[in-house]
Design a protein around this ligand. Sequence first.
Ligand SMILES: [Zn+2]
Length: 236
Amino acid sequence: MVIFHFSMKIMLRDFLNLFFPRYCLACRGPVAHGAHLLCASCAVDLPRTGYHQEPENPVARKFYGLLPLTHAFGYLHFAKGGKVQSLLHQLKYENRPEVGEVLGRWYASELKEDDFGEAFDLIVPIPLHPSKLRKRGYNQSDAIARGLSEGLNIPWSAEVLKRTRHTNTQTRMSRAERYDNMASVFAIAQPEKVIGQRILLVDDVVTTGATLQACGEAIMASQPQTLSIAALAVAQ
Ligand SMILES: [Zn+2]
C-alpha cells in the first residue's frame, strides 16, 4: 500500500513535470516547489526599469512629437543573451503565454503600488496578423494584457484594435521605411470602446516604436480621453 502510494506520487510528479517543468525559465536553475516560472533569485533580480516613476524616461522620449502619450512605460530592460531575452523567447516561440500573464500581473502590482491603479479604463494589446496568430496559437501581447488586466482589475480587449494586413520583416529597414511599412496596417474595429476612454496600449518589447506608433495613431483617430503605452521589455 505504501509502495503503491509512493509510485503514484512519482507518477503524478512526472506527469506534472511534463506540463510544469521545475526549472527556471530565465536561468534554467532549479525552482522551489510551488514557485512559478522563475527561481527566487531571478524573480528578485529581474532588470526592472522603474520607468513608471520617471515621466521623462527613454520610452516616453521615443514618442515625443509623434504621439500625445499621457504615460509611457516599459517593465524590464532587454539585453541580448540576458534573462529577459530568454523569457521573451519562451513567451513568443516556446508556447508559454503564461510568461506574459505572470510578468503582466507582477508589473500590475508594481504599477498599483505607485498609484497607477486607477489610471486606465481599457487595456488594448498590439494585434498579431491572423496568419501568425494561427501559427503561434496565441498572441503574446494578449497574454501580457490579460496579466495586467487581472492585476489592475480593469478590462482588456483583443477586439478593439485589428491588424488589417501582413507586413514585411522590418529588421533591415530605417525608421522612416518601417513607418511607411506600418502605415494603415491597424484599424479600430470598435470605436465606441475607445472614445472618451483612458487607453493603455500593450506590447511585448519596444524597439524602434514603429508598431506602437502605428497602433497609437489608429487609436487616437477614435478620440480616446488619453493614450498610454506599457511594454513588457525595452530594447536599448
Ligand atoms: Zn533563475
